[in-house]
Design a protein around this ligand. Structure first.
Ligand code: C5P
Length: 228
């Protein structure tokens, strides 16, 4: 597989801080960012909006291949549009996350999203955030990070994130949902969540965002990906 630009992959379970860390790194490096989870969330949401049968695998795979998606930024905030409609908030609900994890277990959906994801690799570089970035989508990546944190800390982080967005979810319910989603992501047949054999594992429990970013920057600098 050709490598059009340097690639940094950040994989890990829900609430491990991948999104925040990936965004901070992409901003720092002035690289592109792929939020692959958003694509799975868009397929799930698109299916609901189109009235697809929740078990219609082919219908969801077609949607994954043909849906019109736009990632953009305006007024300093990121926006995601599906078929021309702003769905930035809608894809972030826990419901969309659960739906994403269901459709993400289907091989046809994953295959349809492969090409879309690889198209994000453009100079000067790409930070790719997801579950299988280092194992399946960009196996040739220059640096692969697998970010973890204890289940308690991940549930607390997600709870705070949702609360800050005005969503009122109980912590025990959220912990259960995260455990369910982790189990499904780790045990599915295709592209299960696991660290690539050449990934650097970072446990972010008790670490600040800045601490984790510094560790990743040090690892990339040691490989000559950017200046120390
Ligand atoms: O990261 P996020 O919570 O947005 O991802 C939503 C769901 O999409 C995950 O629980 C996972 O099932 C799926 N996903 C995936 N592969 C990726 C990214 C996300 O299977 N690369």
């Amino acid at each position: 597989m050709s490598r059009p630009c340097p690639i940094l992959t950040i994989d890990g379970p829900s609430g491990s801080g991948k999104g925040t860390i990936s965004r901070a790194l992409a901003q720092h490096l002035h690289w592109h960012l792929l939020d692959s989870g958003a694509l799975y969330r868009l397929v799930a949401l698109g299916g609901v909006r189109q009235g697809l049968d929740p078990e219609d695998r082919d219908g969801h795979a077609r949607l994954a291949a043909h849906m019109e998606v736009h990632f953009g930024a305006s007024d300093g905030a990121e926006h995601v549009a599906l078929q021309g409609e702003d769905v930035t908030q809608a894809i972030r609900s826990e419901e969309a996350g659960q739906g994403a994890s269901r459709v993400a277990a289907w091989p046809g959906v994953r295959a349809a999203l492969l090409r879309r994801q690889r198209a994000f690799a453009e100079p000067p570089g790409l930070v790719a955030d997801g579950r299988d970035m280092g194992t399946v989508v960009f196996p040739q990546a220059d640096l692969k990070i697998f970010l973890t944190a204890t289940a308690e800390e991940r549930a607390l982080r997600r709870h705070k994130q949702l609360k800050d967005k005005g969503s009122d979810v109980s912590l025990p319910a959220l912990s259960r949902e995260i455990a369910e989603r982790d189990a499904r992501d780790q045990t599915r047949q295709v592209a299960p969540l696991r660290p690539a054999s050449d990934a650097c594992v970072i446990d972010s429990t008790g670490l600040s965002v800045g601490d984790v970013v510094q560790r990743v920057l040090a690892l990339g600098a040691a490989r000559g990906m950017w200046a120390p």
